[in-house]
Design a protein around this ligand. Structure first.
Ligand code: ATP
Length: 670
């Protein structure tokens, strides 16, 4: 590992020659040198063309003091500027002190003076008269010419062009880097897909993907379609065109696709949905075309589009409602391309998303993404497998028990488990241990679920007491309810934004009954009930509990049809593609009824919690006092105070999921 990193850091250096010696620097030619050379040339040019500037004077002076004395060799009139330059005869230069002080020497060539001629006709007439009158002036040559400021003109003509060219070049180079890929702006319409083939070794294989047996089987089947299509086509079957990996974040969809690339041994084009969309109109569609063109050339092959919802979102029904035209064009092109290639052409499209519900239904129909592979959060057995994969590289102590860790991490995704393994190793290293122990894993899980322990938080004595009674309320109520999640531990050590927490090991249920939900709600409200009973006052600490209870109650009434008055109705639209999304699908009267039902559910649960606590007031007090003393107490302590729970949690084949009940939310940090 370390060696690899070193290699990466080397950048512009070659490796040292064998036998030592200094590394040889391979300096690339830098474009800025060109500018420096150009600037030096201009300065040099100016330097060699240095001349002494002529002295400004007037026509009167020239006439009376120079012309009439015969000192002027030549007058050069610049007709387009109304100026004239005067050349003094070399032998006469010394007569003019102002020339000396300007730096002219006897041998210096002119022009020595310049003046404004005024109207040219008048000037020519006066000059002719003087030449007539004064013999000394008769030899003075006069020359009329026009002067163009060559460099100045060229520069003033070229500078704006150069400026625009520079801006254009600069902008498009940046665009090229950001979006156009290698080749800059001219490649903007080309697909941004990365191609993995036999030569690009991807190290991920199906062995690195733990669990997900069904999903893996489907994907493996796709690989075998490509490897031996005849096996499937000889019976008249058609090879599927596409498969969609759907599932919550971090469940290994991308990992699965990478493994497929590693195993398939066919070219594998990988890109993300957002790579299609660029600031230029039409680029998305042209990238889709290009991707499919390249894929067809390389068939049999696989195209993988990660986060396909970036382009595959359902198209707007009303074109004026801010729909994204560019994205829709890209999607249309994708739909067309997927229709366009032959079924058995050997190109299979794999896509991944967290949000299959928002995808356009045209994309999901058979013939495009024929298969949807659901990659769910891992269950107990899968979590064990994932732990095994991620613990392989760690130095483990003998007390690390993988099935136990899997039990402690219900609801965790593969990415979370990878994070637990890494966090545990970091915690062990911080404590200068040689091996990662079980406790390090538990600390890592606590940290990931609850946030960082914050022991330095200043909490007043009476606040601490309120927190202890609040948490003891949660713990006692849930202990006394049959369907509430079994308690693991209670703590009043602040973590993240929470001032205290009760940790549960709930059953991993596939379905939940109304009784279970009501018991859960009751235990959520146990904290506030405890505050009211013990101190006769309530605090803001229960805000998070109330939020959860309210949401749960609304879900029970409007989604799960668990209210008698509302009946077996569900107002939830799982497709997310409701035409009536701007209006509620129920009347004002029903809305009032829903509110009343929700209120009643919560009130009943709250009153039940209060009753329970009143009936066990002494035990609740003991739990709270023990908590104040020890800061963390476990289910054994609760059993000691409240007695063994009469219900066997294991009977329900429990697996575990941890939840926490915070006593504080963002707005209420002390
Ligand atoms: P998202 O939808 O957010 O893109 P994803 O489902 O694509 O997430 P991945 O990027 O594949 O998730 O997974 C993230 C990391 O989690 C992987 O790099 C891997 O370390 C770990 N991981 C997830 N699932 C598994 C698994 N089944 N086996 C091993 N490791 C896994």
């Amino acid at each position: 590992m370390a060696e690899n990193n070193e290699n990466k850091k080397d950048g512009g250096f070659n490796f040292p020659p064998i036998g030592g010696g200094k590394p040889i620097r391979t300096q690339k030619f830098n474009g800025y040198w060109l500018y420096i050379i150009l600037a030096l040339c201009i300065i040099g040019f100016q330097f060699f063309n240095m001349q002494t500037d002529p002295v400004r004077t007037t026509w009167q002076e020239i006439k009376s003091k120079m012309l009439e004395k015969g000192d002027v060799e030549e007058i050069k009139v610049i007709t387009n500027k109304g100026q004239a330059y005067v050349y003094i005869k070399p032998e006469k230069i010394e007569n003019y002190s102002q020339l000396k002080s300007q730096g002219f020497e006897n041998s210096s060539s002119g022009p020595h003076f310049y003046f404004n001629t005024g109207p040219q006709e008048t000037f020519s007439k006066e000059f002719a008269e003087i030449q007539e009158k004064t013999p000394d002036a008769a030899n003075t040559k006069i020359d009329y010419e026009q002067e163009y400021d060559g460099w100045g003109n060229i520069i003033s003509f070229l500078l704006p062009i150069a400026f625009f060219v520079f801006i254009w070049y600069f902008l498009f180079r940046r665009l090229g880097k950001n979006g156009g890929g290698p080749g800059g702006v001219f490649n903007v319409g080309k697909s941004q897909a990365r191609l993995f083939d036999k030569d690009t070794s991807t190290k991920v294989t199906f062995k690195d993907v733990a669990g997900l047996a069904e999903a893996k089987q489907e994907v493996e089947e796709i690989v075998s379609f490509l490897k031996s299509p005849d096996k499937y086509t000889k019976l008249g079957g058609k090879i599927p065109k596409g498969a969609l990996l759907v599932g919550p974040p971090g469940t290994g969809k991308t990992l699965m696709a990478k493994a497929m690339a590693g195993e398939a041994n066919v070219p594998f084009f990988s890109m993300s949905g957002s790579d299609f969309v660029e600031m230029f109109v039409g680029v998305g569609a042209s990238r889709v075309r290009d991707l499919f063109k390249q894929a067809k050339e390389k068939a049999p092959c696989i195209i993988f589009i990660d986060e396909i919802d970036a382009i595959g979102r359902a198209r707007g029904k009303n074109p004026n409602m801010g729909s994204n035209d560019e994205r829709e064009n890209t999607l249309n092109q994708l739909l067309t391309e997927m229709d366009g290639f032959e079924t058995n052409s050997g190109v299979i499209i794999l896509a991944a998303t967290n949000r299959a519900d928002i995808l356009d239904s045209a994309l999901l129909r058979a013939g495009r993404f024929d298969r949807q592979i659901y990659v769910d959060l891992p269950e107990l057995k899968d979590r064990e497998e994932i732990f095994k994969v991620h613990l392989k590289s760690l130095k483990l102590a003998g007390d690390v028990d993988i099935p136990f860790l899997a039990k402690q991490t219900p609801g965790f995704s593969g990415a979370d488990i990878a994070n637990v393994a890494n966090e545990a190793a970091l915690i062990a290293a911080r404590k200068d241990k040689n091996e990662v122990e079980k406790q390090d894993f538990l600390d890592a899980i606590d940290r990931i679920v609850g946030g960082l322990e914050n022991r330095s938080k200043v909490i007043k004595v009476n606040e601490k007491k309120a927190i202890a009674y609040h948490e003891a309320g949660h713990a006692s109520v849930s202990w006394l309810l049959q369907h509430a999640h079994p308690l693991l531990k209670v703590t009043i050590v602040p973590r993240g934004k929470a001032l205290g927490a009760a940790w549960y090991l709930p059953q991993e249920r596939q379905i939940t009954t109304k009784e279970q939900l009501l018991d859960q709600m009751c235990s959520i409200l146990g904290g506030r009930a405890a505050e009211e009973i013990t101190f006769g006052q309530i605090s803001t600490g229960a805000q998070n509990d109330l939020e959860r209870a309210t949401k749960q109650a609304y879900a029970m009434v409007t989604i799960f049809g668990m209210s008698e008055k509302i009946g077996n109705l569900s107002y939830y639209d799982s497709t997310g593609q409701n035409d009536f999304s701007f209006t509620r699908p129920y009347s004002e009267k029903t809305a009032e009824l829903i509110d009343a039902e929700v209120k009643e559910l919560v009130e009943n649960a709250y009153n039940r919690a209060k009753e329970l606590l009143k009936a066990h007031q002494e035990q609740h007090k003991q739990v709270a006092e023990l908590l104040l003393e020890r800061e963390v107490i476990f289910s054994d302590d609760l059993e000691h105070i409240l007695g063994k729970r009469p219900w066997n949690d294991e009977e329900e084949e429990t697996e575990t999921r941890e939840e926490k009940q915070t006593t504080e939310t963002s707005g209420e940090n002390v």
